[in-house]
Design a protein around this ligand. Sequence first.
Ligand SMILES: O=C(O)C(=O)C[C@]1(C(=O)O)C=C[C@@H](O)C=C1
Length: 353
Amino acid sequence: MSASNQLDQIDLELLNLIQRRADLVRGLADSGMTFQAGQENVRLDQLQDSAGPKGAGTPEASESMRQVLRHIASHCRRQIETHRIAILGPKYSYSHLAAIKYFGDAAEFTPVANIPAVFDAVHRGDAESGLVPVENSTDGRVVDTLGMFVRRHMQICGEVLLPIHHNLLASGTREQIREVHSKPQALSQCRGWLMSQLPSATLVEVGSTTAAAESAAGDPTIAAVASLPAGRAYGLNVLNENIEDNPDNVTRFAVLGRHETAPTGNDKTSLLFQIEHQPGALATAMTVFRDAELNLTWIESFPSPGSRSEYLFFVELAGHRADPQVAAAIEKLDSMTRRLEVLGSYPVAVLEE
Ligand SMILES: O=C(O)C(=O)C[C@]1(C(=O)O)C=C[C@@H](O)C=C1
């Protein structure tokens, strides 16, 4: 058989296998089994790790195989249910790219105008899941997201780490640029580059990097800082690639949902709490984690709405809320705080390019 016939043969076998997988998923769903979107990630990752060097190859090959498995899984799921995922839009924002990484590209994405609208869509039930940026390695916390966690009770079911590579995109040439549009976080992640390369351009903050690309498409004097897929979607010229000041620029996204996530053995827990406004209160609260020997991976303070001197704290720690020492620490913390919310326990994300 010729090589091209063999390729046809393999592709046919792959299609048949994918159909068999989809039929199996439908059969399981018919018999009452429930599937939580994105939750197959842990199983797929383990499966791929156990395939060893043959399945892994170079890190890049390994990541693209993971993506292939995720896309097949989301394609099969789509045949049994529509799972809507609210994201900061329009399409091709970094939030959209992170959501594809987590849910696979056959999922149904609902782009909304801003971060509060993602929370609202999940809260109202317009979407089953949402995805929001939480922090960036260069720029720190995303204030809109933390503010919404303070205002709305919302469950975190998972997280995604996405390397962020920004690009200068425009419909004209670099000489025509008068303004550079992007989301404040993206402008901040490229501040050094923009100051040295385009010192006379005015920086304009907009709702998302894709909204910036949209404006750039309609006006050659506007450049956008956005993703390459956004540039392609709006037919923009890529004037410069990788303009982020820190080449290891990574944003962490939280997956919002309405279900609790089962322990996997490598989980973290996010908490939000408010303590009495008195000397030593935070130090006392921290002793709970020290005494339980829990490793804190993140802590942020956030002003309490309506009060200038009171703060809420976001803490993330290694472990699942179902682990006895985590559960005991949460119970103890609850007795010494004014407000305590377990935002969720979920698998720790791995960083892949
Ligand atoms: O505007 C986008 O494309 C987003 O998805 C938002 C966002 C953010 O606010 O952090 C996400 C990743 C990057 O850090 C820059 C922008």
